[in-house]
Design a protein around this ligand. Structure first.
Ligand code: ATP
Length: 130
């Protein structure tokens, strides 16, 4: 089967794969070849891809997963391969977002800060897995 991971800016991944594991808004799920057609909203998280027994990891920051006729597409606002992630930047983003949340400022957009925390944690997880 084939997987494309597409963002606003670029095609991050476009290869044949054996297994896909990703994080839908209703929880994690896996796809093997010949799976029935499925469409799911994605959460912020890590997508794992297996090719010839080798795993690789991508952040996928929400969006949509579609699978039909052994063609999988992930359309997501941003995605990075684990190997391309700047760990120091993700750690700084995590600290900034956690500090904002700790301020308990009424003006604060909590959802935005929580999403920033989730993105940073997904990036750190993707690099640690890779
Ligand atoms: P930051 O506060 O560090 O910008 P962010 O979560 O706000 O983090 P995004 O808005 O999700 O960043 O992404 C903006 C762009 O920067 C995207 O193209 C994304 O792929 C890239 N990017 C963000 N963080 C990293 C990182 N740690 N390593 C590599 N690329 C990153």
């Amino acid at each position: 089967m084939h997987l494309k991971i597409i963002t606003h800016e670029k095609v991050v991944f476009d290869e044949d794969v054996d297994e896909i594991y990703t994080r839908g808004t209703d929880g994690e799920f896996g796809i093997l070849p010949n799976h029935v057609p499925i469409m799911s909203a994605l959460d912020i998280g890590v997508t794992k891809v297996v090719q010839n027994g080798q795993s690789s990891y991508f952040t996928t920051m929400g969006g949509v997963f579609q699978f039909k006729d052994n063609e999988a597409v992930i359309l997501t606002p941003t995605a990075e391969a684990g190997k391309d992630i700047d760990v120091a930047r993700a750690k700084e983003a995590l600290e900034r977002a956690q500090a904002r949340l700790a301020e308990k400022n009424a003006e604060l957009d909590i959802k935005r800060s929580e999403a920033a925390v989730a993105r940073a944690l997904a990036r750190l997880k993707a690099t640690m897995s890779d």
